[in-house]
Write a new protein. Structure first.
Length: 379
């Protein structure tokens, strides 16, 4: 079985899911972004948080040579609205640079039911517009003729909306969720996402929806097709949606820590949610791919020791940690100067944990490392 070299220098067999037909990667000196011809970028928690941009996102994307496609699980806004919001933040985008879970969900329903089918919409007007645009008939209340229920995020979803959907699902209507993100990043913190409302409907009906958005394949397939790239890189802040979606589609991925998932969760991630690269923020797009890849790191040492992974570091690393006073990350979107040192340690530890499918404790052999481990856990 022949092998293909990944941008990070490791090999990938041609038979790996999603890798067929990829061209050889660009040289490593073009940076991580330049090693791929298409970036599939998450928005909430990756590019912005609520109405505020993530620190450094604008400059990082402006410097990236690859085409950008913004792939969002938020079904409450149209591609035009998303592009307008991005441009207001200083990030150039056209409406056709945006792929939403509302689009993916509506296409999925239309592909199965065909034009004219009656679809009960739970969500924002943007979702109803996508349903209508696919030749379907959007409705807001239950009747015997409802063939499908499509559920997406909206801040105005009420008990009455869920009640109508429950009646339809119990009557045999096909239930499609645009996404199942349990939380939504906001400048004030994490708020209930569509997944929380999906869970309420699941409890009421005992049914399980088909998911069109990340981590489902429909939105990833739509994005790759729309972007036209042969070497896509998925970029996001959530292991359970962005990275799991990339893994399901056989695509490389970059996890950034400006949103939901944490370093500690990454170390213990299941195989279906393991990113190719990890970094503090989108600044990593300019760094060499090999530097961002999960794997051994100069100056860092990790090994399984019984029910724990013991983490050690060379004297130079320890002295640097001491000089920086353990100050690694100030908070979401506020990355301190020493965060890259933290990321190197994380990449080394994650590589060992994943090799052994480890689910135990992470222990620093030195108090300075242990302080870093506590920060990975959010302490």
């Amino acid at each position: 079985m022949s092998e293909e070299q990944r941008p990070d220098g490791r090999s990938r067999t041609e038979q790996e899911p999603g890798s067929a037909g990829r061209a050889a990667p660009h040289p490593a000196d073009t940076g991580l972004s330049g090693s791929y011809d298409l970036l599939l970028l998450d928005l909430d928690g990756t590019v912005y948080r609520g109405s505020e941009p993530i620190v450094g996102a604008e400059s990082a994307l402006a410097a990236s040579p690859s085409r950008h496609l913004f792939v969002t699980n938020n079904a409450s806004r149209s591609p035009e609205d998303v592009a307008e919001h991005l441009n207001a933040l200083g990030i150039h985008a056209e409406f056709d640079d945006v792929v939403t879970s509302a689009q993916a969900g509506a296409r999925l329903v239309a592909s199965r039911l065909g034009a004219g089918a009656e679809v009960l919409v739970v969500g924002a007007p943007a979702l109803a517009d996508e349903v209508l645009g696919q030749g379907l008939r959007p409705v807001r209340s239950f009747s015997e003729s409802v063939a499908a229920v499509i559920q997406g995020f909206s801040r105005s979803v009420a008990w009455s909306d869920l009640a109508e959907a429950a009646l339809a699902v119990r009557n045999g209507a096909w239930w499609v969720a645009t996404n199942v993100d349990s939380t939504l990043p906001d400048e004030r913190g994490l708020l209930p996402g569509n997944g929380s409302l999906v869970a309420a409907l699941a409890t009421a009906t005992g049914a399980t929806p088909t998911v069109a958005g990340k981590p489902g394949r429909p939105i990833m397939d739509d994005a790759v097709r729309q972007g036209g790239g042969r070497r896509p890189l998925v970029v996001g802040d959530r292991l359970d949606t962005d990275i799991a979606g990339a893994c399901a589609a056989g695509l490389d991925s970059l996890l950034v820590f400006t949103g939901v998932s944490t370093p500690a969760e990454t170390i213990l991630a299941a195989p279906a949610m393991r990113p190719t690269y990890v970094a503090d923020s989108l600044h990593a797009l300019a760094a060499p791919a090999q530097e961002c890849a999960v794997g051994p790191q100069r100056g860092w040492h990790a090994q399984v020791d019984g029910d724990m992974i013991r983490v050690e570091a060379d004297r130079e690393v320890l002295e640097t940690l001491e000089e920086q006073g353990g100050r690694v990350v100030d908070g979401p979107g506020q990355v301190a100067a020493s965060s890259e040192l933290s990321m190197r340690g994380l990449r080394a530890v994650a590589a060992v944990a994943w090799k052994h499918d480890f689910q135990g404790r992470i222990v620093g052999a030195d108090p300075r490392i242990q302080a870093l481990v506590r920060q990975w856990h959010g302490a």
